[in-house]
Write a protein that binds this ligand. Structure first.
Ligand code: ADP
Ligand code: MG
Length: 265
């Protein structure tokens, strides 16, 4: 049995959710990766995130378990643009044409595979970006329904979103520069986040961290790479314009894309 101690500033785990949540997380418990679930963060669009006490063998004190909602209960973010052109998906089965057909039919099996694909995708992308030096939570493990990763925050509270953070002028300039460098590193890893915004950046240990990556697309094959990159970059630069930094995001993104296309990134 998992024990819920509660964590200040997290939502108590709702009664009705308990069984589903426990089943989805218990594999982490059985594999000696976590010892307790201590709180639930405010639910996002697609997922529930739980704060877990880490098993000492992981080398962490706390970990975040991100559980994907069953597909029907997710927000409105359309999957279609993200699923196109994902040539380098590592989840081997996703290349199997029968699996593709199952997903296309939106059959029952297809739905399960699709949620599994999103979990695998986020786990895989976290690995690829971490290797490239992008400031993302370190991936620890994944199951069919959940990704276990480094928790950004402490015993008292999770790291705040960039959106909610007041910044000094110096911090704003440094954060913007760090994030644009990370966007370039993503591209170096062949990836575009695809849903980057001040909602998906957390401020932890004095730096911006990028989260929420299942929809990341492969820059080399996705037909809308240029416009997805432009949207990601301008979502950030528009935010920093509030802090008095001129918004040159569209030009910046176009220049970056050109470099990428010429093989200079
Ligand atoms: N590794 C993490 N550490 C701390 N908080 C996290 C972590 N990952 C996600 N969160 C919190 O959970 C929320 C939802 O997670 P996110 O990955 O953005 O999924 P969604 O698709 O639901 O938006 C985030 O806005 C953030 O507050
Ligand atoms: Mg999010």
């Amino acid at each position: 049995m998992l024990r819920y101690e509660g964590l200040p500033s997290t939502t108590p785990i709702a009664e009705g959710n308990t069984i589903f949540d426990e089943e989805a997380i218990s594999e982490f418990y059985d594999r000696d990766l976590i010892t307790d679930v201590i709180g639930q963060l405010k639910a996002g669009k697609e997922a529930q995130v739980f704060v877990c006490r880490a098993h000492p063998k992981t080398g962490y004190d706390l970990l975040a378990a991100k559980l994907y909602r069953p597909r029907e209960q997710r927000g409105f973010r359309s999957e279609a643009p993200y699923l196109e052109g994902r040539g380098s998906l590592r989840c081997g089965r996703a290349r199997d044409s029968s699996v593709t057909r199952a997903i296309d039919r939106r059959s029952r099996a297809g739905k399960t595979l699709l949620s599994e694909t999103w979990v695998r995708r986020e786990y895989d992308v976290l690995h690829r970006l971490k290797r490239e030096g992008v400031q993302v939570p370190a991936p620890v493990a994944c199951t069919e329904h959940a990704v276990l990763m480094q928790y950004l925050g402490d015993e008292h509270a999770p790291a705040p979103r960039l959106l909610a953070q007041s910044l000094t002028a110096g911090e704003a300039a440094a954060f913007r520069a760090a994030l644009l460098e990370d966007v370039e590193r993503c591209l170096r890893a062949g990836l575009i986040h695809g849903d980057l915004s001040p909602y998906n950046v957390l401020v932890f240990q004095g730096a911006p961290w990028i989260i929420d990556l299942p929809q990341a697309v492969d820059a080399a094959v996705h037909p809308d790479g240029r416009s997805l990159l432009r949207r990601d970059v301008t979502n950030l630069t528009r935010h920093f314009a509030r802090h008095g930094i001129p918004d040159d995001g569209a030009d910046y993104a176009d220049a970056l894309w050109e470099q990428y296309e010429r093989g200079r990134i």
